[in-house]
Design a binder for this molecule. Structure first.
Ligand code: ZN
Length: 193
C-alpha cells in the first residue's frame, strides 16, 4: 500500500525513532509499504518518520540512481545490487573520511535541492528485515543516502545540515511547505471535532 509522505512541518519528523525490539507482522507490512511508497515517489530512501512512524527503520534503493555507490562487506568489494533493496533496522553509523559536498533532495521537502556536506564513507551495523545483524561499509551515493536516512531516524533533517547561506536562500521555500503542512493538520483536527 502506498502511504502518504509526511511533509516538513509535521512534528513526527522531529521525533527520535524508537528502537525496534521485535520484527512483528506489523513491521513487515510497514517495510513493504515503505518500499512501495519510496518506489512510487522515485526516491532513493525513505525513513519511517516520513510515513508517520517514529521508529528506527529506513529503506533504501540506489539501483536506479545515476550517481555511483560502493560497497564493502568484510573488507571485500561487493556489488551494491546484492543488498538492494536495503532495509535498516536500528542502524548504527560510523562516518569515515573527509567531508564531501553532494546534491540532496528529500521527499518531505518537495522541490528543494541543496548541496550537503557528508562524510565520504560510512560503516553501518544494523538488523535486516529478518532481524539478522548486517554490517558493511559504503561510499558514494549509498553512503549519502544512509547518512540522510539515519538522520531522519534521529529527528534530524537535511536543512539542519545546510550551510547558513544555502539555508537562508531556501528559507522562503521550506517555510511555505511548513505553513501548508500545519494548515493541513489544523484542518484535519477541526474535522475530527
Ligand atoms: Zn529525507
Amino acid at each position: 500500500m502506498i502511504l502518504p509522505v509526511v511533509k516538513f512541518g509535521d512534528p513526527v519528523l522531529r521525533k527520535k525513532g524508537a528502537r525496534i525490539e521485535e520484527i512483528t507482522t506489523e513491521i513487515q507490512t510497514l517495510i513493504d509499504d515503505m518500499l512501495e511508497t519510496m518506489y512510487d515517489s522515485n526516491g532513493v530512501g525513505l525513513a519511517a518518520q516520513q510515513v508517520g512512524h517514529a521508529k528506527m527503520l529506513t529503506v533504501i534503493d540506489v539501483r536506479d540512481a545515476e550517481r555511483p555507490s560502493t560497497l564493502e562487506i568484510d573488507g571485500q568489494s561487493t556489488p551494491v545490487e546484492s543488498i538492494m533493496p536495503l532495509v535498516l533496522i536500528n542502524p548504527e553509523l560510523k562516518p569515515l573520511g573527509t567531508d564531501e559536498a553532494g546534491g540532496e533532495g528529500c521527499l518531505s521537502f518537495p522541490e528543494i535541492y541543496a548541496d550537503i556536506k557528508r562524510k565520504e564513507s560510512v560503516e553501518v551495523v544494523a538488523l535486516n528485515r529478518k532481524g539478522e545483524k548486517i554490517s558493511f561499509r559504503c561510499g558514494g551515493l549509498l553512503s549519502r543516502a544512509v547518512q540522510h536516512e539515519t538522520d531522519h531516524l534521529n529527528g534530524i533533517l537535511f536543512i539542519d545540515r545546510m550551510d547558513s547561506e544555502t539555508k537562508a536562500d531556501l528559507k522562503p521555500e521550506y517555510q511555505a511547505i511548513e505553513a501548508a503542512t500545519k494548515a493541513e493538520i489544523q484542518k484535519k483536527a477541526k474535522l475530527k471535532k
